[in-house]
Write a protein that binds this ligand. Structure first.
Ligand code: UDP
Ligand code: MG
Length: 315
């Protein structure tokens, strides 16, 4: 198998037919053997039925149906786990990532790269809030991690079997694939494109899911927030100590003191805030630590037409 295309699906009934016909048109022209892997991530619309139809009609359409919604990163991971292509393309189902770019990504890979990611030049039809938060997040991430995670890229990219193999050796529960792929290394390059609007349907990425992804990215690749909590603690304690000396001086030496309700309130609130922030940061890391210690499977498959490795070996 030359190429696997991985398509995570969450309520995409409006986009699946167009997506498939555009993908097929582009890839048939490339003259490579290809498998299409749809991962139904607990959709509540007709997505699964549409995927079933495609799989019945075309022998190279594979699907994985999850028992519930596990999230985009886990859906892609399942696709990677069960893919067999020498090259693997990851693409969103909503046609925001143009399938027409895949041949270019693939060609670039043949020049000796293990990862070719698609970098967004422009993003259309997304709210100012989303653009701003995304930009802020990528800049913060770049400044506090020691690996270089490319700015303005999503998961739309093509990676080689070597990289898939390396990813499979990274067992973390809280996946942040674009960070992990940067961490893996090898020769990586990019192709630029203009990101279109979502073709149909609505985004499955709520702010809640975006915040989770952002925190997964930061906690998996940086200890800076933990260190910041420590530094903040020391700074505030230092200031508090000076204020203490000053208070004692006023009280016992100059004896010129006021009933200090305001200063008391301010310092209590401030100290309380700093302490809560620090505890919260520690909590973020701790919760991920405990998730990994539990060793749960990343996802539960309800149904698939992909043979397991054991079944493949029997043939
Ligand atoms: N997706 C998924 N599980 C989710 C949310 C999204 O598999 O819980 C899929 C979705 O079907 C799409 C891709 O991930 O193929 C990107 O999602 P979306 O377009 O909603 O994100 P956005 O482009 O708004 O960031
Ligand atoms: Mg989208």
């Amino acid at each position: 198998m030359d190429l696997s295309v991985i398509i995570p699906i969450y309520n995409e009934e409006a986009n699946i037919p167009t997506l498939y016909s555009r993908l097929r048109g582009v890839i048939d022209q490339m003259g490579v053997s290809c498998e299409y892997i749809f991962i139904n991530d607990g959709s509540r619309d007709r997505s699964l039925a549409l995927i079933h139809e495609l799989a019945t009609a075309h022998h190279d359409v594979r699907y994985i149906d999850f028992s519930r919604n596990f999230g985009h990163q886990i859906a892609v991971t399942a696709g990677l786990d069960l893919s067999t292509g020498q090259a693997v393309a990851i693409i969103d189902a909503d046609l925001q990532d143009p399938p027409e770019l895949i041949p270019e990504l693939y060609r670039k890979m043949q020049d000796g790269y293990e990862v070719v990611y698609a970098k967004r030049r422009r993003r259309e039809g997304e709210s100012a809030m989303k653009l701003f938060t995304a930009k802020l997040f990528y800049r913060i991430l770049a400044s506090i991690t020691n690996i270089s995670i490319p700015v303005d890229t999503g998961d739309f990219r093509i990676i080689s079997r070597k990289v898939v193999h390396a990813l499979k050796q990274m067992p973390e529960q809280n996946k942040f694939l674009r960070g992990q792929i940067s961490w893996i290394g090898y020769r990586q390059t990019y192709v630029e494109y203009d990101r279109a609007q979502r073709a149909g349907g609505e985004t499955g990425y709520t702010y809640r899911k975006m915040i989770k992804l952002a925190l997964d990215g930061i906690t998996a690749f940086s200890d800076v927030p933990l260190k910041a909590a420590t530094i903040m603690g020391f700074t505030v304690s230092g200031i508090a100590f000076l204020v203490l000396l000053y208070t004692l001086f006023e009280r016992f030496i100059t004896r010129d003191y006021q009933p200090g309700w305001a200063s008391l309130m301010v310092s209590i609130l401030f100290l309380g805030g700093v302490q809560l922030i620090a505890v919260g940061i520690i909590g973020e890391y701790l919760s991920r630590l405990s998730a990994n210690v539990r060793h749960r499977p990343l996802y539960i498959i309800s149904e698939t037409n992909i043979p397991t490795t054991a079944e493949r070996e029997l043939r």
